[in-house]
Design a protein around this ligand. Structure first.
Ligand code: IMP
Length: 178
């Protein structure tokens, strides 16, 4: 079957939940009750965004956009496709982009530039569950991230391989070569 097997747990459900609570505390402190528009980058960030926003205490709206840079492979195509990026007027808003993982950084760069070109935001913050710092191709860092991961393909808690594994409660990587 065309699936990653031999998964090794990297971060447990408990570790993820506890880290999400910590990030939410930082965000609650930063925004000081100001209204926020949280933009969930589908599909990978769906679990993270859903958990994170439950702990945010300010007035909040959610938007969903869909990008893709991977096909059925474990390395990025290097080109970000805006599959669906319809957004309301965000001028003057505090925008929080919620991503699953920053790998090469191309998606983050694309989104940050897209926001800058299209809107005059009050503030823009980028929050990612995972940060794969070793594989960065552009000079970009998330403002907030949950955990750093090495140069391994990880799945679970929203992250997929060929569409599978998004439903795992934990984050895992494959122990042998794929
Ligand atoms: P970037 O544009 O290279 O930073 O990649 C961002 C996107 O690639 C993420 O939103 C993920 O969808 C996908 N991605 C990067 N690394 C992984 C991984 O290890 N597992 C699953 N998806 C990944």
């Amino acid at each position: 079957m065309n699936k990653i097997e031999n998964l090794k747990i990297l971060y447990s459900e408990e570790q993820i939940q506890s880290r999400i609570t910590e990030i939410a505390k930082e965000l609650n402190l930063f925004y000081q009750g100001e209204e926020v528009v949280a933009i969930c980058v589908l599909k990978g960030a769906v679990m993270f965004a859903a958990e994170l926003v439950k702990h945010l205490e300010m007035p909040l709206k959610m938007e969903f956009i869909r990008l893709s840079s991977y096909g059925s492979s474990t390395s990025t195509s290097g080109k970000v496709n805006a599959v669906d990026i319809k957004l309301p007027d965000l001028n003057g808003k505090n925008v929080l982009i919620i991503e699953d993982i920053v790998d090469t950084g191309l998606t983050a760069k694309f989104l940050i530039e897209f926001m800058g070109v299209n809107f005059n935001l009050k503030s823009l913050k980028f929050c990612s569950l995972l940060d794969k710092k070793l594989t960065r191709k552009v000079d970009i860092e998330p403002d907030y991230y949950g955990f750093e991961v090495g140069d391994q393909f990880v799945v679970g808690f929203g992250l997929d391989y060929d569409g599978y594994y998004r439903n795992l409660k934990y984050i895992a990587y494959k122990s042998t070569q794929y």
